[in-house]
Design a protein around this ligand. Structure first.
Ligand SMILES: [Zn+2]
Length: 381
């Protein structure tokens, strides 16, 4: 039965969690099942404010707004089990993007989920929508798979918004630079992309310098905030606060689109930032305030996150924030999908020695100053 007065759509189907990319692959879709069970145990799925919807596959025309026809055909052929000679040119092979049956279906569902999110907020069904299986594809390029990304759901959805005359603010808080989204929207002033990430000096994909500011009409509309390894909640938010609220107000978007990767977490095995679940969720609370203040709809997608416990807790907290629901402090005892999770927030101090902290502050300051010098004047700031 549909919720009585939904404010928030959760776009997810358990089909999105049942596949395996390869036996040793760090991206384990089952993380979304653990997350969804935690949302259930926390009674979010029963809340009147939350409308659960299954995604549909993006159509080929929708996918083609972001990807070349020959690449789409290659993904189809790989999905069908064909041995595709030269698939490495399209980013497939052992490692990040293994060829497998289902690759087209799952990527098309993630992309369709993001498009459905745009439809639900634009037709007034809800104020905001969360598609946790999306966002993972933020490295996907127009002609190749990259970094677990196949079809770039964010670019596809934002192109859909551009087609309707809407200007989008995209903010990517994944630990990795959102290079595919930046590349897909690099020459337009109809979308501003902001990525706050661990610096490419230390981490895949190696890009995301403040000097990457856009080209042509898009000059000034690509914003990058690179951070030093071990950046913690306090220092991460210092960078966030120095750039994002002012820029958001100056750009005055029609819609907010956020990528909520939780591979910034201090337990994440693939990267080196030191955020907690509550530090991550504080950013989502700031997005909620921004969407309210600007009175604009808000779409959120998931992203990276390779510590199962962090993913389940953080995205449950984020859904609660989006739908203005409260959560108990402790994980409900009915939750058995993952064990030994005591609380939603992370407990315990994470101490950085004073010298390292100084180095982090110095490095982060350079990035913040570069953005403020290169981007802010264009927007009268
Ligand atoms: Zn990531």
């Amino acid at each position: 039965m549909p919720a009585a007065n939904p404010t928030t759509a959760l776009i997810y189907s358990d089909e999105q969690s049942q596949h395996v990319l390869s036996p040793t692959h760090p991206m384990r879709p089952i993380r979304l099942h653990h997350m969804h069970e935690l949302m259930r145990a926390a009674k979010l799925l029963d809340a009147d404010a939350i409308l659960s919807q299954s995604p549909r596959e993006a159509t080929e025309d929708e996918i083609a707004t972001s990807h070349d026809a020959d690449y789409i055909e290659i993904v189809k052929a790989i999905d069908a089990g064909a041995i595709v000679i030269g698939m490495d040119r399209y980013g497939f092979g052992p490692g990040d993007n293994p060829p497998r049956h289902g690759v087209y279906r799952h990527a098309a569902l993630a992309a369709g989920g993001a498009v459905l999110a745009t439809e639900l907020v634009l037709n007034g069904t809800v104020k905001n929508a969360f598609s946790p299986a999306g966002g993972m594809h933020h490295h996907a390029m127009h002609n190749r798979a990259s970094g677990f990304g196949i079809f770039n759901d964010a670019v596809i959805a934002i192109n859909h918004l551009i087609d309707q005359g809407l200007r989008t603010l995209y903010v990517d808080i994944d630990v990795h630079h959102g290079d595919g989204v930046q590349a897909g929207l690099y020459d337009t002033d109809r979308a501003m992309t902001v990525s706050i990430h661990e610096s490419g000096q230390w981490l895949f994909p190696g890009t995301g310098s403040p000097n990457e500011t856009g080209i042509g009409d898009g000059e000034g509309y690509s914003v990058n905030i690179p951070l030093a390894p071990y950046t913690d909640d306090t220092l991460w938010h210092k960078a966030f606060d120095a750039i994002i609220p002012d820029l958001a107000r100056a750009f005055a978007p029609d819609i907010l689109f956020t990528q909520l990767g939780i591979d910034t977490h201090r337990n994440d095995p693939l990267a080196h930032l030191s955020l907690t679940t509550q530090g991550h969720n504080l950013a989502v609370k700031k997005f909620a305030r921004l969407a309210d203040e600007l009175d604009i709809p808000w779409i959120a997608v998931g992203g990276g996150g390779y510590d199962m416990a962090a993913v389940a807790r953080a995205w449950t907290m984020d859904l609660a924030t989006m739908a203005k629901q409260s959560l108990p402090e402790r994980i409900p005892s009915t939750y058995t999908s993952l064990t030994n999770l005591p609380t939603f927030n992370d407990l315990g101090d994470y101490r950085i020695d004073a010298d390292t902290r100084k180095d982090i502050i110095r490095h982060n300051r350079q990035g913040i100053d570069a953005v403020r010098n290169q981007i802010f004047p264009k927007f009268g700031l």
